[in-house]
Design a protein around this ligand. Structure first.
Ligand SMILES: [Zn+2]
Length: 116
């Protein structure tokens, strides 16, 4: 595992993830006050849009550590969306050893996209 690029999830990271999640809920609730009555048909689209953004953000900022072989890998937004989630674990197939397991979530320290 490359320790310069990844680190184990700490309590602070969990707090941060929870904060993003609650902000997401808050935005939906606040905008519902303004939108719900007149534009109810927009709701499924808005919620789906936010969910995709949230999952895309998560896929970009987190990687996973296989407990079997120690491989660290990242997943696509779609895969992140459909695979089962724990608090700091995810049920995924490891691309190196091919085993399905609850893998540990890791924070990606520096996003390479920023350097481009
Ligand atoms: Zn593995």
């Amino acid at each position: 595992m490359n320790r310069n690029k990844y680190w184990k999830i700490t309590r602070r990271d969990l707090y941060w993830t929870a904060k993003v999640f609650f902000e997401f809920i808050a935005v939906i609730m606040i905008s519902s006050v303004f939108l719900l009555a007149s534009c109810w048909y927009l709701w499924p689209m808005i919620i789906a849009g936010f969910l995709i953004l949230l999952v895309a953000w998560h896929a970009k900022n987190f990687a996973y550590l296989c407990p079997g072989c120690g491989e660290v890998f990242e997943v696509s937004t779609l895969k992140g969306f459909i695979s089962p989630n724990g608090v700091n674990k995810k049920y995924l197939r490891c691309p190196r050893c091919g085993k399905k397991a609850w893998v540990d979530m890791l924070r990606i320290k520096e996003k390479t996209v920023l350097k481009k």
